[in-house]
Design a protein around this ligand. Structure first.
Ligand code: SF4
Length: 112
């Protein structure tokens, strides 16, 4: 854990090059409407290695999630059984929760 914390500090200072995309997720709370931890883990496992320049956010609700999802290259704000997809600050479409991992990864695969 200490080594991981050390890397996180170096990354934050811009002293260490990331070897994977930056995946941001919320800590979850009572507002969370999707199975966030499972979705984030599945996305993390399948993230392609050539997208390390991208910032990706997966947020648990439509109350506070869109703010963060709009700030990054691509993000999701979860609703009840669905999520809103945001790309470069724009709301793009609604995705059912069971398609979220696949569709997010498809979108990421097409991003340069
Ligand atoms: S984004 Fe929503 S679900 Fe996630 S911590 Fe914030 S308020 Fe809770």
């Amino acid at each position: 854990m200490e080594i991981k914390a050390g890397y996180d500090i170096l990354e934050a200072l811009g002293l260490h090059r990331r070897h994977e995309a930056e995946l941001i997720s919320c800590p979850t709370c009572g507002r969370c409407e999707i199975d966030l931890v499972d979705i984030v883990e599945k996305v993390r496992q399948r993230l392609p290695g050539d997208k390390k320049h991208l910032q990706i956010a997966i947020m648990g609700c439509v109350v506070n999630g869109p703010g963060e999802a709009r700030e990054v290259d691509i993000g999701i704000a979860g609703g009840k059984g669905f999520g809103f997809l945001f790309k470069k600050g724009e709301k793009v479409r609604k995705i059912p929760e069971d398609r979220m991992v696949d569709e997010l990864l498809e979108e990421i695969a097409h991003m340069t």
